[in-house]
Design a binder for this molecule. Structure first.
Ligand code: ADP
Ligand code: MG
Length: 640
């Protein structure tokens, strides 16, 4: 039974052409994609010398008949598409019929395969593109392809290969991605000396993430979805009718990191479209939007986003190695990614627990004058130690310590990691429930609770509170900042805001860049309750400001808004600009540290915080709350 055909010239010419065999990883990728397209349940990859000497991919997919095996090595021979129209609706990973001939042209390739319709399989050897032998092979259904001596006949390309470990690294990341996208399938990657990845079939993506990325990585992630939206019924002219007929649905799910996880680059952001790993600036932007005011500038989240959509909604025929796609409804995809990730972050409301993980400092510092006081050198860095005479040496009797002996780092981290893993196992978020509604239901573990009882403050700066879940410490300044931020933004989004007139206008001198920024945002400033007018060539006069701002803070606030925007103003969307202004106003209006609060004020603050959408991080991305789980407390006291 023959399924492969050679594409007509007309169709072949419509295919995005380009080099498919750049390096060992691209060979391995094409072969693994073929195995998946063949319906394999198990894919095994073996490599030697980073893939230069050998790449072997074995699968238990449908295999090929003898006729097809011979045909598969012709250019544009494929079983996956037939006509130019099929290019509009590609449901397979491959479709060009170019990989096998291209790989066979630059290596010594052996294929052994058998299709269920034939009793005996086929073994074919090709070297540098030339057929060497065709034989029978006794083997189960499925395919095994061995690619040896890659680029043996193109020494110039061989020279450009990177070190063995770099090439192996690329192959490992490729296999990992496909393993993440297909949890129901078995994957194995091994070199001559060791097994690099082994993942047996599991029933959920969560389990697969655990298998390939490990428990610690999973603990940093919030699972989201699946969320579905019907495909939009509009489309390019002429295609609306078709879209009407069977709109299909867009489905999204995945994992994103908690706000306290900060990565210094985007290397851990993965988007899969119909289980194909792709790069896409639009989706990246959507993710950035979701984390705006949650992550500080310059740091990045971890994300595994799986988007499944009807094949006609995405064009994969745009990039030679199929690493980029074009969406038919880009803005729909953008908004769906942004909304679902944002909702996931809000619903999970993660908490930083003790001890704080090491992470890069958020670039924003406390506003001037907000350092903790009184400051004594003893408090710098070190937690207070029990007093002991210097000459005595290490104490022998442990019983004299008032504080529990500090566990060594290893034992300290492990139980917390385990606890977090179980604590944070997210019940599948219900997508139709908006965050605010979710907050009124049973408090879930990991949410900011509404039943906190404030006990007092530490250094007039941090509120200590309890509830049956454990002990909570809340940074009063950033907590208030989060409350005011959401209030200010909420008000601005529904109306123009009235400011409070100042007794005397405050004149603020501006540099050239700030003057440009001012011109660009003057209108939005006015809508936020500022009355600011040009005053001479180089200054502005502020006549009114949002009501919560103290007059002597106004100058610094205006300056800060203009400075923080800098040259960005023209590139900023209105939404981004509003968020920046709201964040600055909130920061200046919020109560400061070193401020005693009475019981009523503390209760009010905690209550208001529990009503915010995102109570765990301030608009600049700093944590608002630390939690010491009851279980951890009991463990620390060796009660469990
Ligand atoms: P494409 O994947 O774009 O169709 P390839 O050159 O990669 O082109 O493969 C050519 C054809 O060979 C495929 O269309 C498929 O029919 C067949 N084929 C390749 N690899 C396998 C495999 N592992 N199992 C079954 N069939 C395969
Ligand atoms: Mg292919």
């Amino acid at each position: 039974m023959s399924v492969i055909r050679i594409l007509s010239e007309n169709v072949a010419n419509k295919i995005a052409a380009g080099e498919v065999v750049e390096r060992p990883a691209s060979v391995a990728k094409e072969l693994v994609e073929n195995s998946l397209d063949a319906g394999a349940q198990s894919v095994e990859v073996s490599v030697e010398s980073g893939g230069r000497r050998l790449i072997r991919v074995s699968d238990d997919g449908c295999g090929m008949s003898r006729d097809d095996t011979l045909l598969a090595f012709e250019r544009h021979a494929t079983s996956k598409i037939k006509s130019a129209e099929d290019l509009d609706e590609i449901a397979t990973l491959g479709f060009r019929g170019e990989a096998l001939p291209s790989i066979a042209a630059v290596s010594r390739l052996t294929i052994e395969t058998r299709h269920a319709s034939e009793e005996v399989g086929t073994r074919l050897e090709i070297s540098g593109g030339k057929f060497r032998s065709v034989k029978d092979a006794v083997r189960p259904c499925g395919t095994r392809i061995e690619v040896q001596s890659l680029f043996f006949n193109t020494p110039a390309r061989r020279k450009f290969l990177r070190t063995e470990s770099t090439e192996l690294g690329h192959i490992a990341s490729m296999v990992t991605h496909y393993a993440l996208a297909h949890p129901d399938k078995a994957f194995r990657l091994a070199s001559l000396t060791h097994e690099i990845l082994k993942a047996s079939p599991v029933t959920s993506h969560r389990e697969r993430v655990y298998q390939v990325m490990g428990g610690q990585a999973l603990e940093q992630l919030v699972e989201f979805g699946p969320m579905e939206r019907p495909a939009p019924k509009f489309g390019p002219p002429g295609l609306e009718a078709e879209a009407e007929a069977s709109p299909g649905a867009y489905k999204i799910f995945g994992f994103v990191s908690r706000p306290e996880v900060h990565k210094l680059n985007r290397n851990q952001i993965y988007f899969f479209v119909n289980r194909r790993l792709i790069r896409d600036r639009l989706v990246l932007h959507a993710l950035t939007e979701a984390y705006r005011n949650i992550l500080p500038a310059g740091v990045f989240p971890v994300a595994l986003v799986f988007l499944d959509l009807p094949s006609r909604e995405v064009d994969v025929n745009v990039h030679p190695s199929k690493a980029e796609v074009r969406f038919r409804n880009g803005s729909f995809v953008h908004d769906m990614v942004r909304d679902s990730v944002l909702q996931a972050l809000m619903a999970s409301r993660p908490v930083a627990a003790f001890p704080m993980p090491k992470q890069p400092q958020a670039p924003e510092a406390y506003p001037a004058g907000q350092h903790l006081e009184p400051y004594s050198p003893k408090q710098a860095g070190q937690p207070p130690q029990p007093w002991r005479p210097e000459t005595e040496g290490p104490p022998k009797a442990r019983g004299f310590h008032l504080s529990a002996p500090r566990p060594d780092p290893a034992t300290q981290v492990l139980p917390l990691a385990e606890a977090a893993l179980s604590t944070y196992a997210p019940p599948l978020a219900s997508w139709s429930v908006p965050c605010s509604a979710a907050a009124t239901s049973e408090p879930q573990v990991g949410e900011f609770p509404a039943d906190l009882l404030p006990l007092g403050q530490i250094q007039s700066s941090f509120i200590v509170a309890t509830n049956p879940e454990g002990l909570w410490i809340i940074d009063q300044h950033v907590a208030h900042e989060r409350i005011l931020f959401e209030q200010h933004l909420g008000r601005r989004q529904t109306s123009q805001m009235e400011g409070q007139r100042l007794l005397l206008p405050i004149v603020v001198d501006l540099g050239p860049q700030q003057r440009v920024a001012f011109q660009n945002i003057a209108e939005e400033l006015a809508a936020n309750g500022f009355e600011v007018e040009p005053f001479g060539q180089e200054s502005v006069a502020v006549k009114a400001a949002p009501a919560d701002i103290q007059p002597d803070d106004v100058e610094r606030l205006v300056r800060e808004i203009l400075e923080s925007l800098g040259r960005e103003t023209q590139a900023l969307s209105l939404d981004e600009l509003r968020r920046k202004i709201a964040a600055s106003v909130a920061c200046h209006a919020a109560i400061k540290v070193n401020m005693p609060l009475d019981q009523e004020k503390m209760e009010w603050l905690l209550h208001e915080l529990s009503r915010t959408d995102c109570p765990m991080t301030c608009p600049h991305g700093r944590p608002v709350v630390l939690r010491y789980d009851m279980k951890e407390i009991q463990k620390a006291f060796k009660r469990i």
